[in-house]
Design a binder for this molecule. Structure first.
Ligand SMILES: Cc1ncc(COP(=O)(O)O)c(C=O)c1O
Length: 430
C-alpha cells in the first residue's frame, strides 16, 4: 500500500512507534492501534455535521472493537457508542463511558440485558421487534423507569460494496418490516406507552459500502416513512439514524469514497428532502464501526515455518491466524501485509500467508507479494482494526494476543496477552 509511514531505519511505524520495537517489547502476535487515526476519523465526521449545520451524533459501533480503552478514547471526543450485548455494556460501564451516550442494539435482547441497560441508564434502546417491546415494558414497569427508543426498520434496501439492491421487502432478521405495516403497528404500541419516548427511526443497510447512492436511497426512504407517520399518526421524529457501513481500504484494489464525504452528501439529501416534505430537520445519527477503527489497526506476526511446494506455491506460516482474525477464513476477506523492517522494499515473490491453526482454510492472505523473508521476521497485516480482535477466539487453545495503543511516538498496553492460565480458568475437574 502506498503512503506507509517509515522511520529513518526504513521500518514501518504505527502511531510514530517503530513496529519492530512493538513486536520486540510486546511480543507477537500483537494487535496495534494508531489512536490518532481513530480520533481524526471521528473528528472528520463531527466536522462534517458542523459544516452542514446539521445536529448530529457519531455513535461508534463498538462491536467492531470493544475493549475498555477504546470506549475511553471515544468518550474523550464526546462521541456516542453502540452496544449489542450486556458484555459490551459492562465493558463500557467499566470504562466509565457515559451510559446516556450508549445505544443498545440487537434482535434478541434478553430480559437480563434490558434490565441491566435500564439499571445503568443506557440512553437509547433501538427496539427491534414486538417481543422486545413487551420485555422492555416489563423492565420499565419493574424499575419504574422510562427510556428513549428508536424503532429499527428494514427499509427494503441492502447495500454492498459497489451496489445497492432495492427489494421492497427485506428478508432480514433485524427490525420491523415496513411493507406489511409491522413498523407502523410498533410505533402505535410504543407511542401509547408512557414509559417509552419514541425519538425516531433507525436502519442499517449493509457494510463496507464504497458508494453513497445506497445511503441516499435509504435516507429518502426513511424520510418518506417519517412523513407518512406524521400524516397518519401525528408522529414527529427528532432522530434519523441511518446506521453504519462506511467502507474502508483493505488492499490497493479498494477505492472507497471518503466516509466524511459520503456523510456530507447524505446531510445535503436530508436537508433537501425535509424541505421538500415539509418535515422538521431531525438530528442525524450515524453508527460507523469499521471506518473508525479498521484502518487504525495493524496485526503483527512473526514468521515461523515455510513450505515450498516445488513449481506450485509457497506457504509462509505466522504465529497467529484465524484465532485472532477470522475474517479471511469466514468470508474470504482480503487484506495485505508488509515486512515490518522494509515495508517499501520491492517484492520478489508471491506467497500464501498461512496461520498456525489446524485448519487448511486458515490462510490469512493468498498470493501476497513480499520481499525475501526469513524465519523470525515480523510481518504486519494492515487495516485489521475492525472485527478482528473483537471476533478473536481461543480455537486450538491459543491465547488471544495483546493489544497496544500507539500515539505520537508512545505506546501503551491496553489488553494483556492471555496466558495459558487464563485459558483454563473456568475449566473444572471431572
Ligand atoms: C446496526 C448496525 N450499526 C452499525 C454497524 C457498523 O457497521 P460498520 O462497521 O460496517 O460501519 C453495524 C454492523 O453490522 C450494525 O449492524
Amino acid at each position: 500500500m502506498s503512503n506507509l509511514p517509515v522511520n529513518e531505519m526504513g521500518h514501518l511505524t504505527i502511531g510514530g512507534v517503530d513496529s519492530i520495537n512493538l513486536a520486540r517489547d510486546f511480543g507477537t502476535p500483537l494487535v496495534a492501534y494508531d489512536i490518532s487515526y481513530v480520533k481524526k476519523q471521528i473528528q472528520k465526521f463531527q466536522q462534517t455535521f458542523t459544516d452542514a449545520n446539521v445536529k448530529g451524533v457519531v455513535s461508534y459501533a463498538s462491536k467492531a472493537f470493544s475493549v475498555k480503552a477504546i470506549y475511553q478514547v471515544i468518550a474523550t471526543l464526546g462521541a456516542h457508542a453502540d452496544i449489542v450485548s450486556a458484555g459490551e455494556l459492562m465493558t463500557a460501564i467499566a470504562a466509565n463511558f457515559p451510559a446516556a451516550n450508549l445505544s443498545f442494539h440487537g434482535n434478541n435482547k434478553s430480559l437480563d440485558e434490558l434490565n441491566l441497560a435500564i439499571k445503568y441508564g443506557v440512553g437509547t434502546i433501538v427496539v427491534d421487534n414486538f417481543h422486545e417491546l413487551e420485555l422492555l415494558d416489563q423492565v420499565l414497569t419493574e424499575q419504574n423507569a422510562s427510556v428513549n427508543i428508536l424503532l429499527r426498520v428494514t427499509p427494503g434496501i441492502s447495500a454492498h460494496t459497489h451496489e445497492y439492491i432495492q427489494t421492497g421487502q427485506t428478508d432480514s432478521k433485524f427490525g420491523f418490516d415496513l411493507e406489511s405495516g409491522q413498523a407502523e403497528k410498533a410505533l402505535q404500541l410504543a407511542t401509547r406507552n408512557d414509559r417509552m419516548n419514541v425519538r425516531g427511526i433507525h436502519a442499517h443497510i449493509g457494510s463496507q459500502i464504497f458508494d453513497v447512492n445506497g445511503f441516499i436511497f435509504e435516507t429518502k426512504k426513511l424520510l418518506s416513512i417519517l412523513k407518512k407517520w406524521q400524516i397518519n399518526l401525528g408522529f414527529k421524529a427528532s432522530i434519523l439514524n441511518i446506521g453504519g457501513g462506511f467502507g474502508i481500504r483493505y488492499t490497493n484494489e479498494d477505492n472507497p469514497q471518503k466516509p466524511e464525504d459520503m456523510l456530507a452528501t447524505i446531510l445535503e439529501t436530508v436537508k433537501t428532502e425535509t424541505d421538500n416534505l415539509q418535515l422538521p430537520l431531525p438530528e442525524v445519527w450515524i453508527e460507523p464501526g469499521r471506518a473508525i477503527v479498521g484502518p487504525a489497526g495493524y496485526s503483527l506476526y512473526s514468521i515461523g515455518s515455510r513450505k515450498d511446494v516445488p513449481g506450485l506455491t509457497s506457504y509462509l506460516a505466522v504465529d497467529g491466524g484465524m484465532g485472532d482474525n477470522i475474517r479471511p477464513a469466514l468470508y474470504q476477506a482480503d487484506y495485505t501485509a508488509v515486512l515490518a523492517k522494509a515495508p517499501t522494499l520491492e517484492p520478489v515473490e508471491h506467497v500464501h500467508l498461512a496461520g498456525k491453526y489446524c485448519e487448511s482454510g486458515d490462510i490469512l492472505i493468498n498470493d501476497l507479494s513480499l520481499p525475501q523473508t526469513h524465519s523470525g521476521d515480523v510481518v504486519v497485516m494492515l487495516a485489521t482494526g475492525a472485527y478482528g480482535y473483537s471476533m478473536a477466539s481461543n480455537y486450538n487453545r491459543n491465547p488471544r494476543p495483546a493489544v497496544v495503543f500507539t500515539e505520537k511516538g508512545n505506546s501503551k498496553l491496553v489488553v494483556k496477552r492471555e496466558t495459558y492460565g487464563d485459558l483454563i480458568q473456568n475449566d473444572l475437574d471431572y
